[in-house]
Design a protein. Structure first.
Ligand SMILES: C=C(O[C@@H]1C=C(C(=O)O)C=C[C@H]1O)C(=O)O
Length: 370
């Protein structure tokens, strides 16, 4: 091709590439200067406290929000924030390599959420169950953990809420990340595509693709397994099986897509929580999660919610779970906008506390940016 290109075009291409080379050099120097600055920040943090906390979610959210505000294109705000997410991840790793446990195995949406939130320079540690993520963080084996908490089509992840009820008070929510979930029908190179009689996936994913499966594979047996990644792994060794899973699992297990984006709801998304052992200061746009145990008498939910309404606090989620403790029968999980240090949030919390048998603030954290 290039042999036939007019020389004027080649010259333009050369000139443009020389410009890109010069810009890359500037970007390189600026990123290195930024990284040195982060090293200095680490020294300041250490001088203040030998047990310094290096990862600062409120600052990272602020950096990303500012970048999105400043961005003039042509790259989209999300694309630009994603690049800065990785730059910050590398800078933080220079201060301290952050260890993050997630609900594995490798290839799950939770791993994708962990990568989206902490970037590729964090050390991501796979665990076998949600309560294991909690245990890793509580024991200090990892600094942070990532667990799924709700899906827009299938509702809450009850294991996660139950783990919060059982968790030690030192465990705090440090952040949230929302992931658009795209499910694909995946096969291996050995699969006989016209003879698929078994489809493996996590029960939530099977539920998210119910209508598509009814229409396209009404006779295939649907088998719920512990994770989408496990489904992908099983398909490698069975010629008559397919899996429903996402991009990470497809890549990890080298599977091919027979059909893409087969989820019934096009805006299907899952919300994940970041758990840690410290409180996060305000970022300017925050959420707070609480859990409240109520005595078993009429009107308790109204009593609990009324202070939030009166103080003009915007509630974003309310879930109830059966209590495991015989003394009261309801436990409510509530998310609302605002930080526990805000005056009106404090006032509402004090009043709600007075009518609850027990009320625990699970954490205040920046509203998910990416
Ligand atoms: C540099 C800092 O440390 C970390 C790295 C950040 C960055 O690269 O911008 C931001 C927050 C921290 O997670 C800081 O606290 O400012």
């Amino acid at each position: 091709m290039s042999d036939h290109m007019p020389s004027q075009d080649s010259e333009t291409l050369d000139t443009l590439r020389q410009r890109i080379d010069r810009l890359d050099q500037d970007i390189l120097n600026l990123i290195s200067e930024r990284a040195r600055c982060a090293q200095d920040v680490a020294n300041v943090k250490l001088a203040e406290n030998p047990d310094a906390i290096f990862y600062r979610p409120e600052r990272e959210a602020g950096v990303l929000r500012r970048i999105m505000e400043l961005n003039q294109g042509p790259l989209s705000n999300e694309e630009m924030a994603r690049l800065f997410r990785e730059i910050m991840s590398s800078c933080l790793a220079l201060e301290q390599p952050v260890r993050v446990a997630y609900l594995g195995p490798e290839g799950t949406f939770t791993e994708q959420a962990a990568l989206k939130h902490f970037g590729g320079s964090a050390v991501h540690v796979s665990t076998n169950a949600i309560d294991e993520v909690f245990r890793e963080v509580e024991a200090g084996a990892t600094h942070y953990g990532v667990v799924p908490v709700e899906n827009s089509t299938e509702g809450i992840v009850s294991h996660t809420l139950d783990s919060f009820m059982a968790a030690s008070p030192s465990l705090k929510i440090n952040g949230e990340v929302v992931l658009r979930i795209h499910q694909h029908l995946l096969v291996s190179e050995r699969t006989r595509r016209d003879q698929i009689s078994r489809i493996y996936s996590h029960s939530q994913s099977l539920a998210q693709c119910r209508k598509w499966l009814d229409a396209h594979y009404p006779h295939a047996e649907r088998i719920a397994v512990s994770s989408n990644a496990e489904a992908a792994r099983l398909v490698k060794s069975e010629w008559h099986s397919a899996a429903i899973a996402g991009d990470m699992a497809a890549k990890r297990y080298g599977l091919e897509r027979v059909a893409e984006k087969i989820e019934d709801q096009p805006d299907n998304s899952t919300r994940f929580l970041i758990i840690g052992t410290h409180d996060v200061p305000p970022s300017g746009d925050d959420k707070t999660s609480i859990v409240a145990a109520m005595r078993n008498k009429p009107g308790v939910l109204h009593d609990l919610l009324e202070p939030f309404q009166r103080h003009g606090i915007d509630m974003t989620r309310l879930e109830s779970r059966p209590s495991r403790n015989g003394a009261w029968s309801y436990v409510f999980f509530i998310d609302f906008k605002g930080h526990q240090n805000d005056e009106k949030v404090r006032a509402a919390l004090d009043e709600a506390q007075a009518c609850a048998a027990e009320l625990k603030v699970l954490g205040s954290y920046p509203v998910g940016v990416l």
